[in-house]
Design a protein around this ligand. Structure first.
Ligand SMILES: NC(=O)c1ccc[n+]([C@@H]2O[C@H](COP(=O)([O-])OP(=O)(O)OC[C@H]3O[C@@H](n4cnc5c(N)ncnc54)[C@H](OP(=O)(O)O)[C@@H]3O)[C@@H](O)[C@H]2O)c1
Length: 322
């Protein structure tokens, strides 16, 4: 399995590193822009080397890096890591435009290194089962997806500052959009509305229409509560994912018989282990070991396509808010 270097010492790094260690992952170095925090992080997780110089991390015995810094820095740091010959798992959003996402995958491919956006929802056992059941035909053709991710939050760096790539769509709305893409693909038409303040989109909702009439109704917010559940509906029934749909462990399948559809849906559950990142980390480690340069479950084409939809939604919101 790869020896990991961690870039960024914030909340998500802490949680993911706990899961990486719990599955037996080896972490040889950590980079943080604040030396004391990098040292504290290393001590907390038993990591042998901490640095505030990324070149020093790249020079170590590191095969793959995990990048968890603000969105606006993802493209530049991913390029550095690729140039250093490292495999890369970079937090969502991989980039702040589809053009940049496309460029990153092209560079990774040319350098022969693995690259994936850390879309852990795709590897969550509940979502894996739902995708298998729906692609296996349990609901018939999917006709609609509904999903929401909204809670009021106290603005903090990386989430609300435009210079950090702050965007509630790219930070939270990416989950509803990704869910819709799994079942409906890239939409033919996008109509979105939202709230923009000081160049940061704080909330929005969108309808994504596909040729043939299937559609997704999605909402995200950093200022209001929204129902945190999701539903995927098809010709023969629907599946509801309990809150928080992107990280949850339970769903109800309303399909198969009138009893199941209307009164007693089948309940499926996959209790979360640790913070929930273990399945993605195991899958990425195995993919790198096997010589893959993309993961088939969240590959370049899927990631670029989702990023393009995020771009289209933001363009619609921005044109409306002018
Ligand atoms: N997968 C998930 O479940 C999940 C959950 C939350 C967030 N995320 C993603 O993870 C990323 C980080 O989020 P977070 O919540 O961990 O943020 P955070 O707590 O604010 O931490 C960000 C880290 O990046 C560093 N940093 C800040 N500005 C930087 C800059 N300009 N250049 C380089 N490093 C900088 C911070 O350093 P200091 O400590 O010195 O400030 C900190 O170590 C984001 O992309 C976010 O979308 C994913």
């Amino acid at each position: 399995m790869p020896r990991w270097g961690i870039i960024g010492t914030g909340d998500i790094s802490d949680r993911l590193v706990s899961d990486l260690l719990a599955i037996g992952g080896e972490i040889t170095a950590v980079w943080g822009r604040t030396p004391d925090r990098a040292s504290d992080f290393a001590a907390r997780h038993g990591i042998p080397f901490a640095t505030a110089e990324r070149s020093a991390l790249f020079a170590r015995d590191v095969d793959a890096v995990y990048i968890a810094t603000p969105a606006s820095t993802h493209t530049a740091i991913t390029l550095e890591a690729i140039a250093a010959g490292k495999h890369v798992l970079v937090e969502k959003p991989i980039a702040t435009s589809a053009v940049d996402a496309e460029m990153l995958f092209a560079r990774a491919s040319a350098a022969g290194v693995f690259l994936m956006e850390a879309m852990w929802m795709r590897f969550n056992p509940l979502h894996v089962e739902i995708i298998e059941r729906i692609t296996g035909g349990e609901l018939g053709a999917v006709r609609s997806v509904r999903a929401g991710f909204g809670t009021p939050f106290f603005p903090r760096p990386g989430k609300a500052r435009p210079e950090d790539g702050g965007s509630i769509l790219r930070d939270r709305g990416i989950y509803p959009v990704t869910l819709a893409h799994w079942f409906l693909g890239e939409p033919d038409d996008v109509q979105a509305r939202g709230v923009v303040s000081e160049r940061v989109d704080l909330a929005g909702h969108a309808t994504l229409d596909s040729a043939g009439g299937a559609f997704a109704q999605l909402a995200w917010s950093g200022v209001d509560f929204l129902d945190l559940s999701a539903a995927i509906s098809g010709e023969r029934g629907w599946i509801t994912l309990d809150p928080m749909f992107w990280a949850g462990s339970d769903a109800r399948v309303h399909a198969g018989s009138a009893e199941r559809i209307f009164r007693e849906p089948e309940r499926i559950g996959h209790p979360r282990v640790g913070n929930g990142y273990g399945p993605m980390l195991e899958a990425v480690g195995t993919a790198i070991e096997s010589g893959l340069r993309e993961h088939p479950w969240h590959d370049a084409a899927t990631t670029i396509s989702i990023t393009r939809t995020l771009d289209r939604i933001l363009a619609d919101i921005s044109s409306e808010s002018r």
